[in-house]
Design a protein around this ligand. Sequence first.
Ligand code: SF4
Length: 276
Amino acid sequence: MQFSSLDQLKERLRLDRLPHLWCPGCGNGIITQAFLRAVISLDIDPDRLVIVSGIGCSSRVVEYLDFDTVHTAHGRAIPLATGIKLARPSLKAVVLAGDGDIAAIGGNHFIHAARRNIDITVIIFNNFNYGMTGGQYSPLTPQNEKAATAMKGHVEPPFDIHDLARGAGATYIARSTTWHALNLPALIAGGMEHEGFSVIEVIAGCHVNYGKRNQRETAVKMLQWQKEHFLPLDRFKVLNTREKKGRLPIGLLYSESRPEFTAHYRRVYRMGRQET
Ligand code: SF4
């Protein structure tokens, strides 16, 4: 993928909304940049792209992106994007939201959008906690890690969002981290090109509210931890069971082709039920 210039990135930002509200060193900026690089590489007509977000630190991203954007209620980004996509199937709909937004209050919307295989790309900023409200645990907080609401260690097992998405029917599933930033634009672009429900989980560092409780209190320690615990799928596959413990693969983890919901829906209702 060709590298985008700073000027190209600036053209897609609402510069008058800067400075952003994110803490210095937060991973959200890295994901935002990767997303913009993906959009630029795909040469998408800006009038054909709609970006929806929910509530939380990462969801503030839509304030800074110079496209048609919607900053909606907590957990409701996917249903809103579903409505947009059904009404105007030619638009490219992307949801940018956090782990709490997607996997907790928005969890039902996530699995049903995956089941339908609607052509929406969901980029999950997974910082393992609710950063904006002080660091409460989310459904993706690893077991035994600490959070504002789990001061002695989190007792619940987390969802593996990859397994959840795949079980529910998503047809493109990728994972990366903010340390592996150079690979991220291509994974996001792949999801946006895919016809169907695509999920890109990005492990993001929230050193301010999550890291400080888990011996990763600086942005550098956060990135170092990502570097040590995530590795490309081909390298992960050849590890033995002991070496795999505590590590996860990154890259394109799953992809399949299945009829896309919007196209099927419109075909059925234009042609009449008797023809299905
Ligand atoms: Fe980022 Fe955490 Fe700060 Fe929120 S609280 S902006 S997620 S570092």
